[in-house]
Design a protein around this ligand. Structure first.
Ligand SMILES: Cc1cc2nc3c(=O)[nH]c(=O)nc-3n(C[C@H](O)[C@H](O)[C@H](O)COP(=O)(O)OP(=O)(O)OC[C@H]3O[C@@H](n4cnc5c(N)ncnc54)[C@H](O)[C@@H]3O)c2cc1C
Length: 502
């Protein structure tokens, strides 16, 4: 009898601790928030609310109208063209490859001396440089990506068996690779970036697929089955109070109170925070009460959030050949040993453009990419200044003084956007990639005797194997949904149609 009452008491405690239908709030409707919210529903949670500060879902998958259609202002490449990349799989499932040209198109490369560089030659040098960079030294802790790049690129250029004339071009192509790395990381200087950055990175990231003009469709496709009334736009979360006991008139209490900028409050059992590292850096000290523990503050401070800008140009007529898919501009006498941006020489960093294809869909649209302080410099220019400078730039490289100005110029402004404050996370020199794991750890109540995840964290910057990517964001949200399912001892989940391993 006594044994029975203990068993009953144990069950009663668990019933009190584990509500049958917990209230879950997800902050941010980017891919991490969408991944969390949709997975929670799949796992049988029904009281899930998705709060988004801006007027749109998608976060850093943004869109803008240009020419005949829409273009992506944020992510546009699928990194990892393999079936077990969930983003590749989902994009395919939702028909996002329709209209995407099957052939890659050609690469047009022009130099400041008016030369046209042979595509096969440039591709060969570029690939050799990439290969060397990926064979990183074991001593990555004590090395910067900038130093390693300079050392390897110089060695490659010196040992290239070719005539002196081409040696300059080899250095220029390799330097372009260095500048592309600045865009990949969003950093100001490759010497700030840890060589250990890709130590844990997924081997699945092989091959890139440009689905420009279609990526922005993915967030809404994934939310198709999610109740519309539970997606609340223009709801800026201004405070997250946790480890509390907030009551409602029917006597139910909740440990979390989410306060919105408009004065509204939402009580919850759990909150999944998916705002960018840039937003956490700016707001973490005022957003959480009680404040975040020291290890979490250290993770936020020690990781970096880079900046990249996309400049979208629409022309009346193309000045490039019809089969061109990317345009690069090379400087023949640039120093290969330092790859850091310089706003006073900003046009030297506006050296890469993707051509939006097919032309029947987009018209004549180019997208230019720049990183770091150059991105911030461009962010502050007027459209007229930018249009005039870009026109002069192209005229100089094409030696065509009557090359027309674009009829429309747009910029993505992720750095000045208060809901992103930059573009993606990178690992600076001296920072352990495992800080990303610490950023991902949930916060439990100080009174809890066993883990009681009240505040959970997702977002691209919380995944050391996939940070800076759409799939990183997506799987991080699903990871936190899974964490809650484990907490509530939920039965096995319905099979996912696409793989979601980290
Ligand atoms: C220019 C650019 C190009 C990129 N290119 C690629 C690419 O080609 N391929 C690729 O895989 N990845 C790319 N990325 C990276 C990819 O877009 C991101 O890794 C991913 O979209 C991040 O998703 P997330 O959910 O972690 O964050 P976010 O998308 O930033 O989502 C967070 C959401 O939280 C909202 N929010 C912020 N503060 C609050 C608040 N206080 N209250 C409520 N809501 C709030 C924001 O509005 C946002 O919607 C690119 C990113 C940029 C910016």
């Amino acid at each position: 009898m006594k044994r029975l009452s203990w068993a009953f008491l144990f069950l009663a405690i668990n019933v009190v601790e584990l509500k049958t239908n917990p209230k879950i709030v997800v902050v941010g409707a980017g891919m991490a928030g969408i991944g969390a919210a949709t997975r929670l529903l799949e796992l049988g949670f029904t009281d899930v609310t998705l709060l988004e500060a801006s007027g749109e879902i998608g976060g850093r998958i943004g869109k803008a109208q240009m020419g005949k259609t829409w273009v992506d202002t944020g992510a546009q490449y699928i990194h990892g063209v393999v079936e077990n990349n969930p983003v590749y799989c989902l994009a395919k499932k939702h028909g996002l490859f329709e209209n995407v040209p099957k052939e890659e198109g050609s690469w047009s490369i022009l130099t400041d001396k008016g030369r046209k560089v042979d595509e096969d030659f440039a591709e060969h040098v570029y690939k050799a440089g990439e290969l060397l960079l990926h064979q990183q030294s074991d001593d990555c802790d004590n090395n910067t990506m900038g130093d390693y790049f300079a050392e390897q690129a110089q060695k490659l250029a010196d040992n290239w068996e070719d005539d002196a004339e081409n040696r300059n071009l080899i250095s220029s192509v390799l330097r372009k690779l260095g500048k592309d790395l600045l865009i990949t990381t969003g950093a100001l200087d490759l010497k700030n970036v840890s060589l250990c950055s890709w130590q844990h990175f997924s081997n699945e990231i092989k091959g890139d697929m440009d689905i420009g003009g279609n990526m922005f469709l993915l967030p809404s496709k994934l939310l198709e089955e999610f109740p519309k009334e539970n997606v609340l736009l223009k709801k800026l979360v201004s405070k997250i109070e946790w480890d509390g006991s907030f009551g409602v008139p029917d006597g139910t209490t909740y440990p979390v109170r989410v306060c919105l900028g408009d004065g509204e409050e939402i009580l919850a059992d759990h909150v999944v925070v998916t705002i960018s590292l840039g937003c956490l850096k700016a707001q973490a000290s005022s957003l959480f009460s009680p404040p975040l523990p020291e290890y979490k503050v250290k993770a936020i401070n020690s990781l970096e959030f880079g900046s990249v800008i996309k400049i979208i140009l629409e022309y009346e007529e193309p000045f490039w050949e019809s089969d061109v898919s990317k345009i690069s501009l090379l400087w023949e006498e640039e120093n290969i040993l330092t790859v850091k941006d310089d706003p006073s020489q900003w046009l030297q960093y506006l050296d890469f453009f993707t051509v939006m294809r097919p032309q029947e869909k987009f018209g004549n649209v180019l997208i230019g990419w720049c990183s770091g302080r150059v991105a911030d410099h461009i962010d502050n220019m007027t459209e007229e200044e930018l249009s005039a400078a870009v026109t002069e730039h192209f005229r100089a490289f094409t030696r065509n003084s009557s090359l027309p100005a674009p009829r429309k110029v747009l910029r993505s402004q992720w750095h000045s956007n208060p809901f992103t404050r930059g573009t993606y996370t990178y690992i600076p020199v001296g920072t352990d990639p495992e800080e990303m794991d610490r950023l991902a750890l949930p916060l439990s109540s100080s009174k809890a005797t066993k883990p009681d995840p009240q505040v959970l964290f997702a977002g691209e910057g919380t995944v050391k194997s996939l940070y800076g990517t759409v799939q990183g964001a997506l799987v991080s949200g699903r990871r936190e949904a899974q964490r809650l399912a484990q907490h509530y001892l939920k039965a096995t989940a319905p099979p996912a149609t696409c793989p979601f391993a980290l």
